[in-house]
Design a protein around this ligand. Structure first.
Ligand code: HEC
Ligand code: HEC
Ligand code: HEC
Length: 439
């Protein structure tokens, strides 16, 4: 299935390249946006401590550090992290002010063009793994503060390896086609019919925080589908529906519960783990309470996705029977027989909308490899869940996943054994150990 998509993707991309070449002139607009003149004329202004502090907040909201720092590296922004895409790994650049290997000899205008329009220093197209399609919404003022902050960080001499994707993705020109199809080159426009709070939330979610990069489903070329924030597969994880849908989305969460999730990393039911734990740990926990509330107001106002709750599977179902046994032997101790877990530590499995998504990848991943909730200032210890890959067979993992999706008032599709097998391979986890060794 995934392979087919990629082959289809190549065909479509080749067409997109052709379209890109045909419409070369049409692309010029991407460069022409009148970036704020105040800044272009002079070299970076004398260090303005307030602006640098504001810029740091912008960099945190944009989570620049997440991609631009290699895992385990002590030097923020020095690049080298390879972002895996269905088309191959893409190395994030060194964006410290080192003249030779970073952006030390960039002008402010070069920086704006890269961050907001996806153009490298020589005008080459950047890969959309750099979320310029969201950052295009960042205001001139925030860009200026961000620039001053980025000038103030420690320069690090670190040459990042060249990204080398296979044909035709290795042709940066191909991204011109991508931009034509999927890049909307327009700044943030406030909606005057909405409150200032809603607009602030929109500005953050659509722009700096690029929540849609993970939560909006993508087409085979990695462009956004017309299903804003309705949930998306990230390989090992599923970023759930965060529209106001009251079944799979955050419709039943209060604004305060959304704020808790983004600040603490957990709320009355959910615990952020995997990529969301990183987003909370690096970025959202540092946002001001006003900004977090604005995000909550905006999310609550998003039209509900069309997903509807199915009839729950009944206790007679074979997977449900097996699942109930697996659950009481392995999960009960932390998640409880009522599925409510331990508040703030072990996620509630009852009434937890993320667990009801059609795509059960996050559940399977969590059961197979275990996990750790987001570590934040508000919850410095968080809780951990052990890995069950060695203990449970694919059938058992599928059964217990199906069971938790259909108990305590939950209702969702059964999880196919095949999906667990695929996920185990993807995670490179070993098979279940022969009986006896595991217990
Ligand atoms: C989701 C990952 C991701 C995030 C978040 C991200 N970047 Fe990037 N960025 C990349 C990747 C990948 C590249 C390299 C793209 C390429 O080679 O075409 C890149 C390239 C760049 C470049 C061009 C550098 C060069 O040498 O051409 C700049 C400047 C940049 N990013 C700045 C930022 C800033 C500032 C932020 C935060 C506001 C940010 N990035 C956030 C992934 C990311
Ligand atoms: C790097 C990818 C990524 C980014 C960026 C991201 N998310 Fe998430 N998000 C996820 C994943 C994956 C989950 C599921 C986590 C889990 O199962 O513990 C999630 C879960 C959530 C949930 C909980 C939903 C539920 O039903 O449990 C909320 C709310 C949420 N994200 C909001 C946001 C907001 C708001 C932003 C932007 C500020 C954002 N996310 C940015 C990947 C991401
Ligand atoms: C030792 C305690 C412990 C045991 C035993 C345990 N869990 Fe967990 N579980 C946790 C903690 C802590 C979290 C939150 C951290 C995380 O998501 O990784 C969690 C999270 C989860 C989540 C993710 C919820 C979300 O919102 O993303 C699922 C699904 C889950 N557990 C299912 C199970 C199943 C099924 C079993 C039995 C096979 C099990 N757990 C056994 C502690 C435990």
């Amino acid at each position: 299935m995934k392979k087919l998509n990629i082959i289809g993707g190549i065909a479509v991309l080749a067409a997109a390249v052709a379209v890109g070449l045909l419409w070369q002139n049409g692309d010029a607009s991407a460069d022409d946006v009148a970036d704020n003149q105040i800044l272009m004329k002079q070299p970076p202004a004398p260090e303005d401590a307030d602006a640098v502090a504001r810029g740091r907040y912008i960099a945190i909201a944009g989570d620049c550090v997440a991609c631009h720092t290699a895992p385990g590296s002590k030097t923020a922004f020095s690049g080298g992290y390879s972002i895996s895409t269905p088309f191959g790994g893409i190395f994030a650049s060194n964006i410290t002010p080192d003249a030779e290997t970073g952006i030390g000899n960039w002008t402010e205008r070069d920086f704006y063009r890269a961050v907001r329009h996806g153009k490298g220093k020589e005008g080459e197209n950047l890969y959309p793994a750099m979320p310029y399609n969201a950052y295009v919404k960042v205001s001139d003022k925030d860009m200026h503060d961000l620039w001053l902050y980025m000038r103030s960080v420690q320069p690090v001499h670190n040459k990042v390896p060249e990204t080398d994707l296979g044909f035709p993705y290795n042709i940066r020109l191909a991204m011109m086609g991508w931009n034509l199809l999927f890049f909307s080159n327009s700044p943030f426009r406030p909606d005057m019919s909405k409150s200032a709070e809603w607009n602030r939330g929109a500005y953050l979610v659509e722009g700096l925080e690029h929540c849609g990069a993970c939560h909006t489903p993508k087409n085979i070329l990695g462009g956004d589908r017309d299903a804003y924030l309705q949930g998306s597969n990230l390989g090992e994880w599923h970023a759930p529906d965060i529209t106001s849908n009251s079944y799979t989305g955050i419709g039943r969460w209060s604004e305060a519960q959304i704020v808790d999730y983004l600040k603490v990393g957990s709320n009355h039911v959910a615990v952020a783990s995997g990529p969301m734990a990183e987003a909370v740990t690096n970025s959202t926990q540092y946002l001001s309470d006003e900004d977090l509330r604005a995000i909550a107001v905006y999310l609550k106002a998003q039209p509900a996705s069309p997903t509807k709750a199915p009839q729950p599977l009944t206790a007679e179902n074979a997977q449900m029977k097996m699942g109930a046994n697996v659950y009481s032997a392995n999960c009960d101790a932390c998640h409880n027989s009522d599925g409510k877990g331990i508040p703030g530590i072990a996620a509630s499995l009852a009434d937890n909308p993320g667990l009801m998504a059609e795509d059960a990848s996050s559940i399977i991943t969590t059961v197979l490899q275990g996990g750790r909730g987001a570590v934040t200032h508000a919850n410095p210890t968080s809780g951990a869940m052990p890995s069950f890959a060695w203990k449970l067979s694919d059938e058992q993992v599928a059964a217990v996943s199906t069971y938790i999706r259909n108990s305590w008032g939950n209702a969702a599709s059964a999880v196919p054994v095949e999906n667990v097998k695929e996920e185990r391979e993807l995670l490179k986890l070993p098979e279940q150990m022969p009986a006896g060794q595991g217990d």
